[in-house]
Design a protein around this ligand. Structure first.
Ligand SMILES: [Zn+2]
Length: 558
């Protein structure tokens, strides 16, 4: 068909169907339609927002980063979170999590790693890493040789952190549908990175967010940090959210994300007490302002309010002995260099394409990606990253070296006593990955067999959660070898090590303290017992982080 005829046909189709119709007609969704609304902070994500439903329940999700189940319960019990206490009503039992108008079941676990980007993606998709494609705060994709760091840990460059809001960075990396796409109701998202499919986004001010990201990525460099910078981010987002509600009305599904509480806990002196103070001083009143927006419109009673977090926090020491990724001597990189590997520089973007190994850090976990070194033996050779590394010469070689380093400091003195477990597997390159096995000092054995011989009740639901991390289409993004640092709740702070720059608190591990998340449902017009029945009907007796999306869909009547 001649080109002029195509053009005329295309114009006819646009004329008949309108632009939205053309997008439907061609099957191409309006991917990046971001138009500014009231200010730079409020962005409309679709050409036309979905109309709000006339009937049907609303859901308000309050997403608190880094707030563990215990810490939240303690803060509420202290009486210093009056807004949240009033929402839940009186506690009806001593430990079951039942309230007059709410329910906070215990023992709800995050996915692995218990690290922000992977865990929130699980919240907003219902999928763990190997399926969602989002492996942690940073990860390496061997299919495209891309290093992605929306929340940089091993690298300092914070360009991806900014691109989360300026270029919808996560849209391209999430391999499964989001809550907002599946719910298909009018949805507003404040600050959450996984907003693909929503109608409206409240994002941070670009300049101050870049400043904050740069400062946070540097870790604890001097003295105590106050929370001004972090609470300013949270407060500004609430202001913008309330303005957006005033201007465009309430959404059927509203997500409000509070990143400040996690960022502050990482750097604050006496991290856990500092977190409590942040919750009672900053977060509670902010939640109160949100609830007022619903109350003043007469719909708070019938709104489901879901409070949820991504992971907990475990305090540690902010010095170079405990921080295994601060760029000092004797760190994991040295082990691979001693084994002859060319390691990718710890930079977000690099001109060096001749690396044979890549680290991605997640606090308690380090992912180690290996190339088949026989495809790139000479300095300057680019490796065939789509192919798997060799099992003996590459994978097992690295496992043995890290085992020796963990036992005696051989090759990297600061690793002595700092490694808890080493996981590895027969890699399949970019094909769907199989399960991780554990190194028992002599060979790789299945996680089940290892735990039968070496019980580790402190590592909760380890086998099952490792499967979600490793087994599937994108399982390769968690590495060929995976290190778990010694980061045990039962140890003193002085014996907790982490893969990151210097911080006062971290997370990522399978421990209870890192993994038990806030998961509380409230609705003023319902009793706690009614909510419990509704939750059981929707997601069963034993919810996990992967049940947040299914629960919200059910509450919305989807
Ligand atoms: Zn987090």
């Amino acid at each position: 068909m001649p080109r002029w005829l195509l053009v005329i046909l295309a114009l006819l189709v646009v004329g008949l169907l309108g632009l939205g119709g053309l997008l439907l007609y061609t099957g191409t969704p309006p991917l990046e339609v971001m138009s500014l609304l009231a200010s730079d902070a409020v962005v409309q994500l679709r050409p036309d927002m979905r109309p709000a439903r006339r009937h049907g329940p609303r859901v308000l999700v309050v997403a608190l980063d880094g707030v563990g189940a215990d810490e939240f319960r303690d803060a509420v019990r202290s009486g210093d979170m009056p807004q949240v206490s009033a929402l839940l009503g009186a506690a009806l039992d001593s430990g079951g999590g039942l309230y007059e108008h709410g329910l906070a079941p215990q023992g709800v676990l995050s996915i692995l790693p218990s690290t922000t980007y992977a865990a929130w993606t699980a919240v907003y998709t219902g999928a763990a890493v190997a399926e969602s494609g989002v492996a942690g705060n940073e990860w390496f994709d061997r299919e495209t040789m891309t290093f992605v760091a929306p929340a940089p840990v091993s690298v300092k460059g914070h360009g991806d952190a900014v691109r989360v809001y300026s270029d919808s960075l996560m849209h391209g990396w999430m391999a499964v549908p989001t809550l907002f796409e599946r719910a298909n109701v009018r949805s507003y998202v404040t600050l959450a990175a996984q907003y693909r499919g929503a109608d409206l986004l409240v994002r941070p001010d670009a300049k101050s967010f870049a400043k904050l990201a740069a400062s946070f990525t540097a870790g604890v460099v001097d003295g105590d940090k106050d929370w001004e910078m972090y609470s300013a981010l949270d407060q500004a987002a609430i202001d913008q959210t309330l303005d957006a509600i005033d201007e465009y009305g309430l959404a059927d599904l509203q997500v409000v994300y509070f990143p400040g509480v996690d960022l502050f806990t990482h750097v604050a002196d006496s991290a856990m007490q500092a977190q409590q103070r942040y919750l009672t001083t900053v977060v509670d009143s902010a939640i109160g302002r949100l609830l007022d927006a619903y109350r003043s419109r007469g719909v708070l009673d019938s709104t489901y309010v879901l409070l949820v977090s991504d992971h907990g926090h475990t305090p540690t020491i902010a010095d170079e002995r405990h921080a295994l990724g601060a760029g000092d001597e004797g760190e994991p990189e040295d082990v691979l260099k001693a084994a002859g590997f060319r390691v990718r520089p710890f930079e977000l973007d690099t001109d060096d394409e001749a690396y044979q190994a890549v680290f991605a850090y997640q606090g308690a976990f380090a992912f180690v990606h290996l190339a088949d070194r026989s495809t790139c033996p000479k300095a300057g050779d680019r490796c065939e990253w789509k192919a798997p590394p060799r099992f003996d010469e590459d994978v097992l070689e690295v496992v043995r070296r890290f085992d020796a380093a963990g036992r005696s400091g051989l090759g990297a003195e600061r690793l002595e006593g700092a490694i808890d477990l080493i996981f590895a597997r027969e890699s399949r390159g970019v094909e769907p990955a199989g399960p991780f096995k554990v190194w028992n000092g002599d060979s790789l054995v299945s996680v089940g067999d290892y735990l039968a011989a070496n019980p580790r009740p402190d590592l909760l639901d380890l086998e099952h959660r490792l499967e979600g991390l490793g087994v599937g289409r994108y399982g390769h993004r968690s590495g060929d070898v995976m290190l778990l640092s010694r980061y045990r709740e039962q140890d003193p702070e002085t014996q907790r090590y982490y893969f990151a720059a210097r911080y006062r608190s971290w997370h990522g591990s399978p421990s209870r303290q890192d993994s038990e998340i806030l998961f509380a449902l409230a609705r003023p017009a319902s009793t706690g017992a009614e909510l419990r029945a509704a939750m059981r009907a929707a997601i069963g007796e034993k919810p996990s982080q992967l049940d947040v999306t299914p629960l919200i869909l059910r509450l919305l009547g989807k």
